[in-house]
Design a protein around this ligand. Sequence first.
Ligand code: NAD
Length: 495
Amino acid sequence: MQLIPIPSEPVTCGNLISGHWTAGNGAAIEITSPYNGSVVGHTHAADGNDVKKAVAGATEGFAAWSAKPLKERCQIMFRFRDLLLRDKQSIAERISLENGKTVAESVAGLMKGVEVLEYALSLQNMDSGGRMEVSRGVFCEYRRQPLGVVLGITPFNFPAMVPMWMIPIALTLGNAFIWKPSEKTPLTAVLLADLLTEAGLPAGAMTVVQGGRETVEALLDHEDIKAAGFVGSTAVARQVYRRGCANGKRVLALGGAKNHIVLLPDADPAMAAVGISDSFTGCAGQRCMAASVLLAVGDVDAVIEKIVARAESQTLGTSMGALISAEQVAFLQNAVDEAVAAGAVLLSGHNYREPQAVDPAYANGFWFPPVILDRVPADARAAREELFGPILSIVRCRTFSEAMAVENANPYGNAASIFTNNGAMGERLAKEAKAGMVGINIGIPVPREPFSFGGINISKFGHGDITGATSLDFWSDLKKVTVKWQMQTDHNWMS
Ligand code: NAD
Protein backbone atom coordinates (compact mmCIF):
# COMPACT_ATOMS: atom_id res chain seq x y z
CA MET A 1 0.00 0.00 0.00
CA GLN A 2 1.47 3.36 -0.99
CA LEU A 3 -1.05 5.43 0.94
CA ILE A 4 0.08 7.73 3.70
CA PRO A 5 -0.81 7.35 7.36
CA ILE A 6 -3.69 9.64 8.35
CA PRO A 7 -2.65 11.92 11.25
CA SER A 8 -4.55 11.21 14.47
CA GLU A 9 -5.13 14.94 15.15
CA PRO A 10 -6.72 17.22 12.53
CA VAL A 11 -4.56 20.14 11.36
CA THR A 12 -5.87 23.64 12.02
CA CYS A 13 -5.02 26.38 9.55
CA GLY A 14 -5.83 30.06 9.25
CA ASN A 15 -5.12 33.11 7.14
CA LEU A 16 -1.61 34.48 6.63
CA ILE A 17 -1.95 38.25 7.02
CA SER A 18 1.03 40.60 7.45
CA GLY A 19 3.28 37.64 8.19
CA HIS A 20 1.09 36.11 10.94
CA TRP A 21 -1.27 33.16 10.84
CA THR A 22 -4.60 34.21 12.32
CA ALA A 23 -7.99 32.50 12.50
CA GLY A 24 -10.62 33.73 10.06
CA ASN A 25 -13.94 35.11 11.31
CA GLY A 26 -16.15 33.57 8.62
CA ALA A 27 -17.82 30.16 8.36
CA ALA A 28 -16.10 27.05 9.75
CA ILE A 29 -14.70 24.69 7.11
CA GLU A 30 -13.86 21.00 7.61
CA ILE A 31 -11.25 19.33 5.45
CA THR A 32 -11.91 15.67 4.72
CA SER A 33 -9.33 13.17 3.51
CA PRO A 34 -10.50 11.36 0.38
CA TYR A 35 -8.44 8.35 1.54
CA ASN A 36 -10.78 7.40 4.38
CA GLY A 37 -13.45 10.10 4.70
CA SER A 38 -12.11 11.33 8.07
CA VAL A 39 -11.81 14.99 9.06
CA VAL A 40 -8.12 15.90 8.79
CA GLY A 41 -8.28 19.65 9.09
CA HIS A 42 -10.24 22.70 10.21
CA THR A 43 -10.21 26.28 9.10
CA HIS A 44 -12.47 29.35 9.02
CA ALA A 45 -13.23 31.40 5.96
CA ALA A 46 -11.96 34.98 5.84
CA ASP A 47 -14.92 37.36 6.25
CA GLY A 48 -15.17 40.89 4.81
CA ASN A 49 -13.06 42.41 7.62
CA ASP A 50 -10.39 39.75 7.31
CA VAL A 51 -10.21 40.47 3.57
CA LYS A 52 -9.76 44.21 4.25
CA LYS A 53 -6.91 43.44 6.69
CA ALA A 54 -5.38 41.00 4.21
CA VAL A 55 -5.34 43.59 1.42
CA ALA A 56 -3.96 46.28 3.74
CA GLY A 57 -1.18 43.90 4.83
CA ALA A 58 -0.43 43.00 1.23
CA THR A 59 -0.28 46.69 0.28
CA GLU A 60 2.41 47.23 2.94
CA GLY A 61 4.19 44.07 1.87
CA PHE A 62 4.19 45.28 -1.72
CA ALA A 63 6.12 48.42 -0.79
CA ALA A 64 8.98 46.42 0.76
CA TRP A 65 9.03 43.63 -1.82
CA SER A 66 8.78 45.73 -4.98
CA ALA A 67 11.57 48.02 -3.73
CA LYS A 68 14.04 45.14 -4.09
CA PRO A 69 15.74 44.83 -7.48
CA LEU A 70 14.74 41.80 -9.57
CA LYS A 71 18.08 40.09 -8.84
CA GLU A 72 17.47 40.29 -5.08
CA ARG A 73 13.93 39.00 -5.40
CA CYS A 74 15.31 36.10 -7.43
CA GLN A 75 17.76 35.20 -4.64
CA ILE A 76 14.82 34.71 -2.28
CA MET A 77 12.90 32.71 -4.88
CA PHE A 78 16.02 30.56 -5.42
CA ARG A 79 16.00 29.74 -1.70
CA PHE A 80 12.29 28.92 -1.99
CA ARG A 81 13.16 26.40 -4.71
CA ASP A 82 15.81 24.78 -2.47
CA LEU A 83 13.30 24.51 0.37
CA LEU A 84 10.64 22.98 -1.89
CA LEU A 85 13.11 20.29 -2.91
CA ARG A 86 14.18 19.76 0.72
CA ASP A 87 10.54 19.24 1.80
CA LYS A 88 9.31 17.54 -1.39
CA GLN A 89 8.14 14.38 0.34
CA SER A 90 6.29 16.03 3.22
CA ILE A 91 4.59 18.50 0.87
CA ALA A 92 3.55 15.62 -1.40
CA GLU A 93 2.11 13.73 1.57
CA ARG A 94 0.13 16.81 2.61
CA ILE A 95 -1.23 17.16 -0.94
CA SER A 96 -2.25 13.51 -0.97
CA LEU A 97 -3.82 13.75 2.48
CA GLU A 98 -6.28 16.44 1.46
CA ASN A 99 -6.62 15.74 -2.27
CA GLY A 100 -6.55 11.93 -2.43
CA LYS A 101 -4.09 11.45 -5.29
CA THR A 102 -1.16 9.07 -4.93
CA VAL A 103 2.05 10.41 -3.40
CA ALA A 104 3.89 9.83 -6.69
CA GLU A 105 1.31 12.03 -8.45
CA SER A 106 1.67 14.69 -5.75
CA VAL A 107 5.45 14.73 -6.22
CA ALA A 108 5.01 15.03 -10.00
CA GLY A 109 2.59 17.96 -9.64
CA LEU A 110 4.92 19.76 -7.25
CA MET A 111 7.89 19.29 -9.59
CA LYS A 112 5.85 20.71 -12.45
CA GLY A 113 5.30 23.76 -10.26
CA VAL A 114 9.05 23.94 -9.65
CA GLU A 115 9.54 24.13 -13.44
CA VAL A 116 7.45 27.31 -13.52
CA LEU A 117 9.52 28.65 -10.63
CA GLU A 118 12.69 27.95 -12.63
CA TYR A 119 11.18 29.85 -15.56
CA ALA A 120 10.48 32.80 -13.27
CA LEU A 121 14.06 32.66 -12.00
CA SER A 122 15.36 32.97 -15.55
CA LEU A 123 13.69 36.39 -15.83
CA GLN A 124 16.66 38.04 -14.13
CA ASN A 125 18.83 37.02 -17.06
CA MET A 126 16.38 37.29 -19.91
CA ASP A 127 13.78 39.99 -19.36
CA SER A 128 16.02 43.03 -19.33
CA GLY A 129 13.42 45.10 -21.18
CA GLY A 130 14.70 46.99 -24.23
CA ARG A 131 16.44 50.31 -24.90
CA MET A 132 17.09 52.02 -28.18
CA GLU A 133 18.21 55.38 -29.53
CA VAL A 134 15.06 56.28 -31.44
CA SER A 135 16.26 59.69 -32.61
CA ARG A 136 19.62 61.44 -32.17
CA GLY A 137 20.19 61.72 -28.42
CA VAL A 138 16.69 60.41 -27.65
CA PHE A 139 16.32 57.01 -25.99
CA CYS A 140 13.21 54.95 -25.48
CA GLU A 141 13.14 52.09 -23.00
CA TYR A 142 10.74 49.58 -21.59
CA ARG A 143 10.56 49.07 -17.84
CA ARG A 144 8.52 46.19 -16.50
CA GLN A 145 6.60 47.34 -13.43
CA PRO A 146 4.73 45.15 -10.95
CA LEU A 147 1.00 45.84 -10.68
CA GLY A 148 0.74 45.95 -6.88
CA VAL A 149 -1.48 43.57 -4.91
CA VAL A 150 -2.66 40.67 -7.07
CA LEU A 151 -4.86 37.66 -6.40
CA GLY A 152 -4.78 33.95 -7.28
CA ILE A 153 -7.83 31.71 -6.78
CA THR A 154 -7.05 28.00 -7.19
CA PRO A 155 -8.91 24.65 -7.46
CA PHE A 156 -8.69 21.49 -5.38
CA ASN A 157 -7.22 19.18 -8.00
CA PHE A 158 -3.63 20.45 -7.93
CA PRO A 159 -3.12 22.03 -4.49
CA ALA A 160 0.52 22.98 -5.27
CA MET A 161 1.03 22.85 -9.05
CA VAL A 162 -1.75 25.22 -10.15
CA PRO A 163 -0.88 27.86 -7.51
CA MET A 164 2.74 27.51 -8.66
CA TRP A 165 1.64 28.52 -12.16
CA MET A 166 0.97 31.97 -10.70
CA ILE A 167 2.93 32.53 -7.48
CA PRO A 168 6.55 32.40 -8.77
CA ILE A 169 5.91 34.63 -11.77
CA ALA A 170 3.71 37.17 -9.97
CA LEU A 171 6.09 37.39 -6.99
CA THR A 172 9.33 37.47 -8.98
CA LEU A 173 7.94 40.38 -10.98
CA GLY A 174 7.55 42.25 -7.69
CA ASN A 175 3.84 41.94 -6.90
CA ALA A 176 2.37 41.15 -3.50
CA PHE A 177 0.33 37.96 -3.92
CA ILE A 178 -2.91 37.04 -2.17
CA TRP A 179 -3.68 33.32 -2.50
CA LYS A 180 -7.17 31.98 -2.00
CA PRO A 181 -6.74 28.18 -2.11
CA SER A 182 -9.63 25.78 -2.62
CA GLU A 183 -11.59 25.35 0.59
CA LYS A 184 -11.28 21.59 -0.03
CA THR A 185 -7.46 21.66 -0.01
CA PRO A 186 -6.25 24.60 2.11
CA LEU A 187 -3.61 22.71 4.10
CA THR A 188 -0.93 22.57 1.39
CA ALA A 189 -1.04 26.37 1.15
CA VAL A 190 0.25 26.63 4.71
CA LEU A 191 3.38 24.63 3.88
CA LEU A 192 4.17 26.61 0.73
CA ALA A 193 3.57 29.99 2.38
CA ASP A 194 5.76 29.03 5.36
CA LEU A 195 8.58 28.05 3.01
CA LEU A 196 8.36 31.44 1.28
CA THR A 197 8.72 33.09 4.69
CA GLU A 198 11.67 30.82 5.54
CA ALA A 199 13.25 31.77 2.20
CA GLY A 200 13.19 35.43 3.27
CA LEU A 201 10.07 36.86 1.64
CA PRO A 202 9.06 40.00 3.56
CA ALA A 203 5.80 39.95 5.56
CA GLY A 204 2.78 40.79 3.43
CA ALA A 205 4.40 39.86 0.11
CA MET A 206 2.52 36.54 0.41
CA THR A 207 -0.94 36.52 1.96
CA VAL A 208 -3.21 33.48 2.29
CA VAL A 209 -6.94 33.81 2.81
CA GLN A 210 -9.19 30.80 3.26
CA GLY A 211 -12.81 30.44 2.18
CA GLY A 212 -15.14 29.86 -0.74
CA ARG A 213 -17.51 31.98 -2.78
CA GLU A 214 -18.09 34.81 -0.27
CA THR A 215 -14.39 35.31 0.36
CA VAL A 216 -13.69 35.35 -3.38
CA GLU A 217 -16.41 37.92 -3.96
CA ALA A 218 -15.07 40.19 -1.20
CA LEU A 219 -11.62 39.97 -2.78
CA LEU A 220 -12.90 40.67 -6.28
CA ASP A 221 -14.81 43.70 -4.99
CA HIS A 222 -11.75 45.19 -3.25
CA GLU A 223 -10.48 48.09 -5.32
CA ASP A 224 -6.84 47.75 -4.21
CA ILE A 225 -6.44 44.37 -5.90
CA LYS A 226 -5.20 45.02 -9.41
CA ALA A 227 -5.36 41.60 -11.09
CA ALA A 228 -6.89 38.18 -10.49
CA GLY A 229 -5.78 34.83 -11.85
CA PHE A 230 -8.33 32.04 -11.50
CA VAL A 231 -8.27 28.32 -12.23
CA GLY A 232 -11.35 26.14 -11.70
CA SER A 233 -14.63 25.12 -13.31
CA THR A 234 -16.06 27.01 -16.28
CA ALA A 235 -19.18 28.17 -14.42
CA VAL A 236 -17.10 29.83 -11.68
CA ALA A 237 -14.41 31.05 -14.11
CA ARG A 238 -17.09 32.93 -16.03
CA GLN A 239 -18.50 34.52 -12.85
CA VAL A 240 -15.06 35.49 -11.55
CA TYR A 241 -14.09 36.95 -14.93
CA ARG A 242 -17.27 39.03 -15.13
CA ARG A 243 -17.10 40.30 -11.55
CA GLY A 244 -13.39 41.06 -11.65
CA CYS A 245 -13.63 42.89 -14.98
CA ALA A 246 -16.71 44.83 -13.83
CA ASN A 247 -14.55 46.02 -10.92
CA GLY A 248 -11.82 47.22 -13.28
CA LYS A 249 -9.36 44.39 -12.65
CA ARG A 250 -7.23 42.50 -15.11
CA VAL A 251 -8.58 38.93 -15.01
CA LEU A 252 -7.43 35.65 -16.52
CA ALA A 253 -9.77 32.80 -15.64
CA LEU A 254 -9.08 29.22 -16.72
CA GLY A 255 -12.13 26.95 -16.72
CA GLY A 256 -13.08 23.32 -17.16
CA ALA A 257 -12.47 20.92 -20.02
CA LYS A 258 -13.79 18.06 -22.12
CA ASN A 259 -10.73 16.68 -23.89
CA HIS A 260 -10.88 14.47 -26.98
CA ILE A 261 -8.37 11.95 -28.28
CA VAL A 262 -8.63 10.76 -31.89
CA LEU A 263 -7.40 7.17 -32.38
CA LEU A 264 -6.57 6.13 -35.95
CA PRO A 265 -6.07 2.50 -37.06
CA ASP A 266 -2.41 3.14 -37.98
CA ALA A 267 -1.45 4.17 -34.43
CA ASP A 268 1.30 2.31 -32.59
CA PRO A 269 -0.91 0.02 -30.44
CA ALA A 270 1.33 -0.07 -27.36
CA MET A 271 2.01 3.67 -27.35
CA ALA A 272 -1.66 4.51 -27.91
CA ALA A 273 -2.95 2.12 -25.24
CA VAL A 274 -0.60 3.42 -22.54
CA GLY A 275 -1.06 7.08 -23.52
CA ILE A 276 -4.85 6.92 -23.62
CA SER A 277 -5.37 4.71 -20.57
CA ASP A 278 -3.00 6.71 -18.36
CA SER A 279 -4.52 9.96 -19.57
CA PHE A 280 -8.00 9.17 -18.23
CA THR A 281 -6.98 7.25 -15.10
CA GLY A 282 -4.11 9.49 -13.87
CA CYS A 283 -5.04 11.58 -10.82
CA ALA A 284 -8.29 9.55 -10.90
CA GLY A 285 -9.35 11.60 -13.93
CA GLN A 286 -9.39 14.81 -11.89
CA ARG A 287 -7.17 16.70 -14.32
CA CYS A 288 -8.23 19.46 -16.67
CA MET A 289 -6.01 17.77 -19.29
CA ALA A 290 -7.42 14.24 -18.83
CA ALA A 291 -8.74 12.35 -21.84
CA SER A 292 -12.49 12.20 -21.55
CA VAL A 293 -13.74 11.23 -25.01
CA LEU A 294 -12.00 8.74 -27.30
CA LEU A 295 -12.95 9.30 -30.93
CA ALA A 296 -12.31 5.81 -32.32
CA VAL A 297 -11.96 6.00 -36.11
CA GLY A 298 -12.47 2.76 -38.08
CA ASP A 299 -11.37 -0.60 -36.70
CA VAL A 300 -9.30 0.13 -33.60
CA ASP A 301 -10.74 -2.67 -31.44
CA ALA A 302 -7.34 -4.25 -30.79
CA VAL A 303 -6.08 -1.01 -29.23
CA ILE A 304 -9.29 -0.56 -27.25
CA GLU A 305 -8.79 -4.04 -25.77
CA LYS A 306 -5.32 -2.98 -24.61
CA ILE A 307 -6.70 0.26 -23.12
CA VAL A 308 -9.28 -1.77 -21.18
CA ALA A 309 -6.64 -4.24 -19.96
CA ARG A 310 -4.35 -1.47 -18.72
CA ALA A 311 -7.21 0.40 -17.03
CA GLU A 312 -8.35 -2.80 -15.32
CA SER A 313 -4.83 -3.40 -14.02
CA GLN A 314 -4.97 -0.17 -11.98
CA THR A 315 -5.20 -0.77 -8.24
CA LEU A 316 -7.17 1.70 -6.21
CA GLY A 317 -5.09 2.93 -3.31
CA THR A 318 -1.83 1.96 -5.00
CA SER A 319 -1.58 3.12 -8.59
CA MET A 320 -4.79 5.17 -8.50
CA GLY A 321 -5.95 7.67 -5.91
CA ALA A 322 -9.38 8.65 -4.64
CA LEU A 323 -11.96 11.24 -5.73
CA ILE A 324 -12.36 14.48 -3.83
CA SER A 325 -15.74 13.72 -2.20
CA ALA A 326 -18.50 11.17 -1.62
CA GLU A 327 -20.78 13.47 -3.68
CA GLN A 328 -18.43 13.17 -6.64
CA VAL A 329 -18.49 9.36 -6.37
CA ALA A 330 -22.32 9.42 -6.45
CA PHE A 331 -22.29 11.94 -9.33
CA LEU A 332 -20.06 9.69 -11.44
CA GLN A 333 -22.10 6.57 -10.65
CA ASN A 334 -25.20 8.38 -11.91
CA ALA A 335 -23.38 9.68 -14.98
CA VAL A 336 -22.38 6.11 -15.92
CA ASP A 337 -25.93 4.82 -15.29
CA GLU A 338 -27.28 7.57 -17.51
CA ALA A 339 -24.82 6.79 -20.32
CA VAL A 340 -25.71 3.10 -20.19
CA ALA A 341 -29.41 4.02 -20.33
CA ALA A 342 -28.61 6.15 -23.41
CA GLY A 343 -27.16 3.09 -25.17
CA ALA A 344 -23.49 3.01 -24.09
CA VAL A 345 -21.81 -0.35 -23.50
CA LEU A 346 -19.67 -0.90 -20.38
CA LEU A 347 -16.30 -2.33 -21.33
CA SER A 348 -14.39 -2.39 -18.07
CA GLY A 349 -15.22 -5.07 -15.57
CA HIS A 350 -15.28 -3.09 -12.30
CA ASN A 351 -18.56 -2.71 -10.50
CA TYR A 352 -18.69 1.05 -10.24
CA ARG A 353 -21.86 0.93 -8.09
CA GLU A 354 -20.30 -1.09 -5.26
CA PRO A 355 -17.89 0.34 -2.65
CA GLN A 356 -14.43 -0.42 -3.97
CA ALA A 357 -12.16 -2.87 -2.18
CA VAL A 358 -9.03 -1.22 -0.82
CA ASP A 359 -7.04 -1.69 2.39
CA PRO A 360 -9.63 -1.84 5.25
CA ALA A 361 -8.01 1.21 6.87
CA TYR A 362 -9.14 3.23 3.84
CA ALA A 363 -12.44 1.50 3.19
CA ASN A 364 -14.50 4.67 3.76
CA GLY A 365 -12.50 6.61 1.20
CA PHE A 366 -13.98 8.09 -1.97
CA TRP A 367 -12.86 5.35 -4.35
CA PHE A 368 -14.11 4.99 -7.90
CA PRO A 369 -12.66 2.58 -10.48
CA PRO A 370 -11.77 3.34 -14.11
CA VAL A 371 -14.87 3.03 -16.31
CA ILE A 372 -14.80 2.69 -20.10
CA LEU A 373 -18.04 3.29 -21.97
CA ASP A 374 -18.18 2.19 -25.62
CA ARG A 375 -20.54 3.34 -28.34
CA VAL A 376 -21.56 6.45 -26.42
CA PRO A 377 -23.93 8.56 -28.55
CA ALA A 378 -22.16 11.82 -29.40
CA ASP A 379 -25.02 13.81 -27.87
CA ALA A 380 -25.09 11.87 -24.56
CA ARG A 381 -24.02 13.78 -21.43
CA ALA A 382 -20.99 11.52 -20.93
CA ALA A 383 -19.72 12.62 -24.36
CA ARG A 384 -20.50 16.31 -23.96
CA GLU A 385 -20.03 17.47 -20.36
CA GLU A 386 -17.07 17.54 -18.03
CA LEU A 387 -17.49 14.69 -15.50
CA PHE A 388 -14.09 15.01 -13.77
CA GLY A 389 -13.39 11.39 -12.97
CA PRO A 390 -11.79 8.25 -14.46
CA ILE A 391 -14.39 7.72 -17.17
CA LEU A 392 -13.52 7.30 -20.85
CA SER A 393 -16.41 7.69 -23.29
CA ILE A 394 -15.72 6.06 -26.65
CA VAL A 395 -17.56 7.61 -29.58
CA ARG A 396 -17.26 5.51 -32.76
CA CYS A 397 -16.54 7.46 -35.95
CA ARG A 398 -16.24 6.31 -39.56
CA THR A 399 -13.78 8.99 -40.65
CA PHE A 400 -11.30 11.52 -39.27
CA SER A 401 -13.60 14.32 -40.45
CA GLU A 402 -16.49 12.84 -38.48
CA ALA A 403 -14.23 12.72 -35.40
CA MET A 404 -13.23 16.37 -35.88
CA ALA A 405 -16.88 17.37 -36.19
CA VAL A 406 -17.54 15.85 -32.74
CA GLU A 407 -14.45 17.52 -31.24
CA ASN A 408 -15.22 20.89 -32.71
CA ALA A 409 -18.89 20.85 -31.70
CA ASN A 410 -17.80 20.83 -28.05
CA PRO A 411 -17.76 24.27 -26.39
CA TYR A 412 -14.65 23.54 -24.28
CA GLY A 413 -11.18 24.00 -25.75
CA ASN A 414 -8.45 22.88 -23.40
CA ALA A 415 -6.74 19.88 -25.02
CA ALA A 416 -7.05 17.56 -28.03
CA SER A 417 -4.77 14.70 -29.07
CA ILE A 418 -4.34 12.17 -31.83
CA PHE A 419 -2.64 8.78 -31.94
CA THR A 420 -1.41 7.98 -35.45
CA ASN A 421 1.74 7.15 -37.38
CA ASN A 422 0.69 9.45 -40.21
CA GLY A 423 2.33 12.85 -39.90
CA ALA A 424 -0.18 14.48 -42.22
CA MET A 425 -3.08 13.38 -40.00
CA GLY A 426 -1.24 14.69 -36.95
CA GLU A 427 -0.83 18.04 -38.67
CA ARG A 428 -4.52 18.07 -39.61
CA LEU A 429 -5.49 17.62 -35.98
CA ALA A 430 -3.07 20.34 -34.86
CA LYS A 431 -4.61 22.66 -37.43
CA GLU A 432 -8.30 21.80 -37.12
CA ALA A 433 -8.83 21.02 -33.42
CA LYS A 434 -10.50 23.83 -31.49
CA ALA A 435 -8.24 23.42 -28.47
CA GLY A 436 -5.49 25.51 -26.91
CA MET A 437 -3.15 22.54 -26.34
CA VAL A 438 -2.69 19.74 -28.86
CA GLY A 439 -0.87 16.41 -28.57
CA ILE A 440 0.40 14.11 -31.30
CA ASN A 441 0.93 10.66 -29.74
CA ILE A 442 0.76 12.33 -26.30
CA GLY A 443 -2.13 11.57 -23.93
CA ILE A 444 -1.68 14.60 -21.66
CA PRO A 445 -0.36 17.39 -23.90
CA VAL A 446 0.77 19.76 -21.14
CA PRO A 447 3.40 22.09 -22.63
CA ARG A 448 6.66 22.35 -20.69
CA GLU A 449 8.37 25.65 -19.91
CA PRO A 450 9.01 27.96 -21.66
CA PHE A 451 5.87 27.02 -23.62
CA SER A 452 2.74 28.37 -22.00
CA PHE A 453 -0.37 26.73 -20.55
CA GLY A 454 -3.90 27.73 -21.53
CA GLY A 455 -6.99 26.65 -23.45
CA ILE A 456 -9.48 28.49 -25.63
CA ASN A 457 -13.29 28.74 -25.93
CA ILE A 458 -15.06 28.26 -22.58
CA SER A 459 -11.90 26.74 -21.10
CA LYS A 460 -10.44 30.23 -20.69
CA PHE A 461 -11.76 33.75 -20.17
CA GLY A 462 -9.30 36.56 -20.80
CA HIS A 463 -6.27 37.15 -22.94
CA GLY A 464 -2.90 35.33 -22.87
CA ASP A 465 -1.86 32.24 -20.94
CA ILE A 466 -1.32 31.58 -17.24
CA THR A 467 2.37 30.65 -17.71
CA GLY A 468 5.03 31.48 -20.29
CA ALA A 469 5.77 34.78 -22.02
CA THR A 470 2.23 36.20 -22.02
CA SER A 471 1.90 35.65 -18.27
CA LEU A 472 4.64 38.25 -17.78
CA ASP A 473 2.42 40.85 -19.40
CA PHE A 474 -0.54 39.70 -17.30
CA TRP A 475 1.26 40.18 -13.96
CA SER A 476 3.04 43.44 -14.89
CA ASP A 477 2.80 46.69 -16.80
CA LEU A 478 5.27 47.81 -19.41
CA LYS A 479 6.21 51.41 -18.75
CA LYS A 480 7.66 53.28 -21.74
CA VAL A 481 10.29 55.86 -20.83
CA THR A 482 11.64 58.35 -23.38
CA VAL A 483 14.82 60.21 -22.38
CA LYS A 484 16.77 63.12 -23.79
CA TRP A 485 19.67 64.86 -22.05
CA GLN A 486 20.95 67.20 -24.73
CA MET A 487 19.40 69.62 -27.15
CA GLN A 488 19.49 68.33 -30.69
CA THR A 489 21.15 70.64 -33.19
CA ASP A 490 20.02 69.09 -36.44
CA HIS A 491 16.25 69.49 -36.20
CA ASN A 492 14.13 67.33 -38.44
CA TRP A 493 10.53 66.18 -38.27
CA MET A 494 11.46 63.24 -36.01
CA SER A 495 13.13 65.33 -33.35
P1 NAD B 1 -14.30 25.28 -8.61
O1 NAD B 1 -14.65 26.15 -9.75
O2 NAD B 1 -15.42 24.66 -7.84
O3 NAD B 1 -13.43 26.10 -7.53
C1 NAD B 1 -12.29 26.81 -7.93
C2 NAD B 1 -12.06 27.96 -6.93
O4 NAD B 1 -13.16 28.85 -6.97
C3 NAD B 1 -11.93 27.50 -5.49
O5 NAD B 1 -10.92 28.26 -4.86
C4 NAD B 1 -13.28 27.79 -4.89
O6 NAD B 1 -13.23 28.09 -3.51
C5 NAD B 1 -13.75 29.00 -5.66
N1 NAD B 1 -15.19 29.07 -5.86
C6 NAD B 1 -16.06 28.02 -5.91
N2 NAD B 1 -17.31 28.48 -6.18
C7 NAD B 1 -17.21 29.81 -6.31
C8 NAD B 1 -18.15 30.85 -6.62
N3 NAD B 1 -19.43 30.57 -6.84
N4 NAD B 1 -17.71 32.11 -6.70
C9 NAD B 1 -16.41 32.40 -6.49
N5 NAD B 1 -15.47 31.46 -6.19
C10 NAD B 1 -15.87 30.20 -6.10
O7 NAD B 1 -13.30 24.17 -9.17
P2 NAD B 1 -12.76 22.85 -8.43
O8 NAD B 1 -13.89 21.90 -8.27
O9 NAD B 1 -11.99 23.25 -7.24
O10 NAD B 1 -11.73 22.31 -9.52
C11 NAD B 1 -12.08 21.48 -10.58
C12 NAD B 1 -12.35 22.27 -11.84
O11 NAD B 1 -11.20 23.06 -12.15
C13 NAD B 1 -12.60 21.40 -13.06
O12 NAD B 1 -13.63 21.99 -13.81
C14 NAD B 1 -11.28 21.46 -13.82
O13 NAD B 1 -11.39 21.22 -15.20
C15 NAD B 1 -10.87 22.86 -13.54
N6 NAD B 1 -9.44 23.04 -13.73
C16 NAD B 1 -9.05 23.71 -14.84
C17 NAD B 1 -7.69 23.89 -15.11
C18 NAD B 1 -7.23 24.62 -16.34
O14 NAD B 1 -6.05 24.84 -16.47
N7 NAD B 1 -8.10 25.01 -17.25
C19 NAD B 1 -6.74 23.37 -14.23
C20 NAD B 1 -7.18 22.70 -13.08
C21 NAD B 1 -8.54 22.54 -12.85
